[in-house]
Design a protein around this ligand. Sequence first.
Ligand code: PAF
Length: 279
Amino acid sequence: MFIFKTHTELSAWLLTQKALHKTIGFVPTMGALHSGHIALVLQSRKENDITLVSIFVNPKQFNNPIDFEKYPMTADADIATLQQAGCDAVYMPQVEDIYPPHLPHVNLELGMLNQVLEGPKRPGHFDGVVQVVHRFFSLIHPNKVYLGLKDFQQCKVIQALTQQYFSSIQLVFCPTEREANGLAKSSRNMRLSKEAKHTASAIYHILQTIAAKYKKENLSDVLAASKLFLQTKNITVEYLECANSDTLALTTQWQEPGHNVVLLAGYLENVRLIDNIQF
Ligand code: PAF
């Protein structure tokens, strides 16, 4: 497996791969890899000649500096895991390689995508995601990019970026990987105690319960009762909302089948967890 620390080395290698007409699958990550990331790598390996993973903890997308400082860094373990998964190359740049001086700021009008849920709760977050993903796509020009649906809103933001600037890139959204108890796999789970990992299963349980009540009960009542249930589990709900899964417009009315997404953000042991369910 090749390990590139600079975009110059990476670009030289990509040039030879593209000259050989190899298709490139790209998996962007911030490291602290778990089986959710590996599922993306394996999917990419099935569908492309070459799989490239980036590991870069992007400072621009952290609205909370403490969250940035605490973000787990496990570079050696990540490299070993990727090697085992059959990844072809990993790009692990420093901040200066991603954001050289005078790199123009990318403007993307996100509209609704930045006005709901994570948008107002994490000011500047999606702008940071847009900057780093634009830089990756400009350097790599992959054929396909693999993203996890746990970050549903991020998938929509990257879709908007791709539609505007990189129409030849195909995005592949992959289902959320879960622990046996339903907890969505996340690098942040490392910070949860064993007991909290058990308690956190209530999140997916309640999302499934909401989906099971589709059109049988009033949506606002279902959401209100679900928040109360999570409170009893000591999960501090930041938001629990239903949205149209195409536009992400929040709604108090059930949408047509296949166009509902219920999204949650909450805190447990001061760890911020997000999850969602589509139906
Ligand atoms: O989902 C993530 O890990 C990050 O937001 C991403 C897409 C790698 C951009 O930094």
